[in-house]
Ligand binder design. Sequence first.
Ligand code: VGL
Ligand code: ZN
Length: 197
Amino acid sequence: MTQALIVIDVQNDFCPGGALAVAQGDAIVSGINALMAEADAVILTQDWHPAGHSSFASSHDAAPMSLVEMPYGPQVLWPDHCIQGSNGAAFHKGLNTDPADMVIRKGFNPAIDSYSAFFENDHTTPTGLEGYLRTRGITDLVMVGLATDFCVNYSAVDAAKLGFGVTVRMELCRAIDFDGSLAAATDGMRAAGVSLG
Ligand code: VGL
Ligand code: ZN
């Protein structure tokens, strides 16, 4: 078994004071750093949107957290966040990025959001992470980060569907928990065969 640690979106905008702050998003940073030494590979994901991204409420004259129908299905409209090159898009300063073998950016396509580290929200456009992991012989994934109910959830479910063994370390994740999204996410992850550790 070869195991990778996948650290999802531990970025300033998802931490207290950020544009899309997740409660206690920064509380998981030191625990994540401590896990890095145990992994055969460490991969960081980085939400990385161009200004005016189609997932931003401001692009639709709509209220943040409202829903819109996109060609690929329903999409939550978010406050502007993780704009390419901004401080909000930078990793939390406490996160140890030195052990990272790879940083994968997502959400850069202006027309499609990308919660999952594997596929954009159309569920078909790949990010390339699957190929990276397979060519390195990685079979098992431990996932941590932000937010439990969106990017961690989508990444974990996609990884399980692709045949990886997946464990989400829930104590090293924090959720947005909007409109029942955390309960739905935990049900969905369990149904997909993800271990919630
Ligand atoms: C995320 C909403 C929008 C996440 C990213 O990292 O969970 N959530 N963009
Ligand atoms: Zn985003």
